[in-house]
Design a protein. Structure first.
Ligand SMILES: C[S@@+](CC[C@H](N)C(=O)[O-])C[C@H]1O[C@@H](n2cnc3c(N)ncnc32)[C@H](O)[C@@H]1O
Length: 229
């Protein structure tokens, strides 16, 4: 392990909690902006910061197979759909979900990577917003939120985020969220694992399908209770 990696590991449990803690939660906008400023478009930015780039990339390369397998089994197709992606990060999922979509809106709490992403995906509409305070008026056929839920660290924010997703969902639409973990557990100041039961409790009346494994957890597909008009 390099000295830089060792210092990052130590900072994660010492200096960073002190720097970013805010009430019961953390200043997610500042945390993610600073993290992307350190790592840019690399996988260390969106993956495990203390793990080498090459190992992060290997771990990421497993997820498309699991993701596409779940899409295939659930019959989800992005072609011609209005798509909302929350927490777009370095745009990893754009290659799988953007092609053929009718309209693609990519949200993130920091806009630090938007200029680079906009060069690569000029047709994607990028919006800087916190999912816990999302005020979009548009409706979407597919809402995608990958590796973001565990960075929502309070119950209040969990409720707000999932309620905001429901408000943006078109009749007949689908929400895809993952990974979701076995148990609800606080992990680090910016990581809180939520169990499938906790998440499912916010979707009473919606049909939920589960696909495993997905990034060491479960991918859930939530169907709108209202038929497409
Ligand atoms: C672990 S990265 C995952 C990025 C991407 N979804 C992926 O799977 O590669 C988490 C992403 O969510 C964003 N994020 C964290 N909290 C957020 C929030 N409350 N609202 C919107 N985006 C958020 C971060 O800025 C970051 O881009």
């Amino acid at each position: 392990m390099s000295l830089r990696d060792l210092l990052l590991k130590v900072a994660k449990v010492t200096y960073y909690p002190f720097k970013y803690r805010q009430g019961n939660g953390y200043d997610a906008e500042a945390y993610w902006r600073d993290r992307f400023a350190r790592h840019g478009m690399s996988f260390r930015g969106v993956g495990h910061e203390g793990t080498e780039e090459v190992r992060n990339r290997l771990e990421y390369e497993r997820s498309p197979r699991e993701f596409q397998d779940a899409l295939h089994k659930s019959g989800i197709d992005f072609a011609g759909k209005r798509v909302l992606e929350i927490g777009v990060g370095n745009g990893y999922y754009l290659d799988f979900c953007f092609p053929g979509s009718a309209y693609y809106c990519a949200v993130d709490i920091t806009d630090l990577l938007f200029p680079e992403l906009a060069k690569r995906y000029p047709e994607v509409h990028f919006v800087k917003a916190d999912v816990c305070k999302l005020g979009l008026r548009e409706k979407f056929d597919i809402i995608l939120m990958i590796d973001v839920l565990e960075h929502i660290v309070t119950e209040n924010d969990l409720r707000s985020a999932l309620s905001n997703l429901k408000s943006c969902l078109a009749d007949g639409g689908t929400i895809i969220i993952g990974p979701i973990h076995e148990k609800t557990k606080k992990h680090l100041f910016y990581v809180h694992f939520w169990s499938v039961d906790k998440v499912a409790a916010q979707f009473r009346g919606y049909a939920i399908e589960m696909y495993r494994p997905f990034r060491k957890g479960t991918l859930i597909v939530v169907r709108s209770p209202h038929e497409r008009r």
